[in-house]
Ligand binder design. Structure first.
Ligand code: PEP
Ligand code: MG
Length: 323
């Protein structure tokens, strides 16, 4: 299977009718040797830094972080690596930062915690920007954004970091692109007002589904209610795609790792998807055998589907169509 994946990935990711799609991987601690250099792979779309922080029993120092980020950025040299700032809280606790809350998913997590602890956040930003020097492939992404002011505060802290490092290193320092995760419904509704202040957007469909449907993503009791094919999720995904220029837009939730999910996203206009390495071969194959001209009818049908059963049926019908 590894051999199949490698054989698939040497091909560029272009559909039957010439539409190019960027496929990226989600990762946490390692990227897999050599894979990033394959033509069919467009870099790392989500590097979760929680695993790094969990591998220590204290907050990793700036230098410890820098070494780690530098290694990842060099493994992917020449291709973009989107590194997400710390997203603890919610379902991702840190043993050395106990947080006790009634509703952790609605509580102190992601960017909220980072902005309340600027010394920790600045340490991470400094490590990231230092690691990128000379490699120039870093993109920084911030999770759980729900207010414009959070974007502005992050931007200010990033500018300050670059300015301080320029003085300390006595040489020009690159400001990496700064993007946000769209995973809170407020972000879907406000995106067009925020776009001029961000360089890119990545939809986190895992949290977006949870927050749109008010269903805990990890609670088996309501597992059947957690449904990223719910027409409300579909319509939120469509709203995001409609507001955001395609070159700024990507999605990194689990949805992109499923064949029907990827097909749904492609038909809604998404052209950059980040996913599990395990899903990469199948999605790459799907895209190379797709005729995007057929997707506009599918899109229309999906947008008028009244329940997720209909959404599934439409997607399955398209997936099983003879090429
Ligand atoms: C998401 O919410 O879709 C996402 C990609 O982030 P995480 O799963 O790490 O919350
Ligand atoms: Mg998330």
């Amino acid at each position: 299977r590894q051999a199949d994946l490698d054989a698939e990935l040497v091909q560029p990711c272009i559909s039957q009718d010439g539409v190019q799609v960027s496929l990226q991987i989600n990762a946490d601690l390692e990227l897999g040797s050599g894979r990033l250099q394959r033509a069919g792979l467009a870099g790392v779309g989500l590097l979760r830094t929680e695993a790094l922080f969990m591998s220590f029993n204290h907050f990793p120092t700036e230098l410890q972080q820098e070494r780690f980020y530098r290694q990842l950025l060099s493994q992917a040299a020449g291709k973009p690596v989107v590194i997400r700032t710390l997203d603890v809280g919610g379902d991702k606790p840190l043993p050395y930062l106990p947080i006790r809350e009634e509703n952790p998913f609605l509580g102190w997590r992601g960017v909220r915690l980072s902005l309340d602890h600027p010394e920790l956040f600045l340490g991470q930003l400094r490590a990231l920007v230092r690691a990128d020097q000379g490699l120039n492939n870093l993109q920084i992404m911030v999770p759980m954004i729900s207010h414009l002011d959070e974007i502005r505060q992050c931007r200010r802290l990033l500018s300050r970091t670059v300015q301080e490092l320029t003085e300390e290193l006595a040489q020009p320092v690159r400001t990496p692109p700064l993007g946000i995760m769209v995973e809170v419904p407020a972000a879907v509704l406000q995106l067009s007002n925020w776009l001029s202040e961000i360089d890119f957007v990545s939809v986190g469909s895992n949290d977006l589904t949870q927050y749109l449907l008010a269903v805990d993503r990890n609670n088996a009791q309501v597992g059947e209610q957690y449904d990223p094919y719910h027409p409300a999720v579909l319509s939120a995904l469509e709203m995001v795609a409609r507001q955001c220029p395609v070159e700024k837009l990507s999605l990194c939730g689990e949805l992109a790792s499923e064949l029907p999910g990827a097909l749904m996203l492609l038909s809604l206009g998404y052209r950059r998807l980040s996913m599990n390495v395990n899903a990469l071969g199948a999605i790459h194959y799907l895209i190379r055998h797709l005729d995007f001209a057929q997707l506009s009818a599918l899109r229309q049908a999906l947008l008028s589907a009244e329940d997720s059963k209909t959404v599934h049926r439409l997607l399955q019908a398209q997936l099983h169509q003879p090429a």
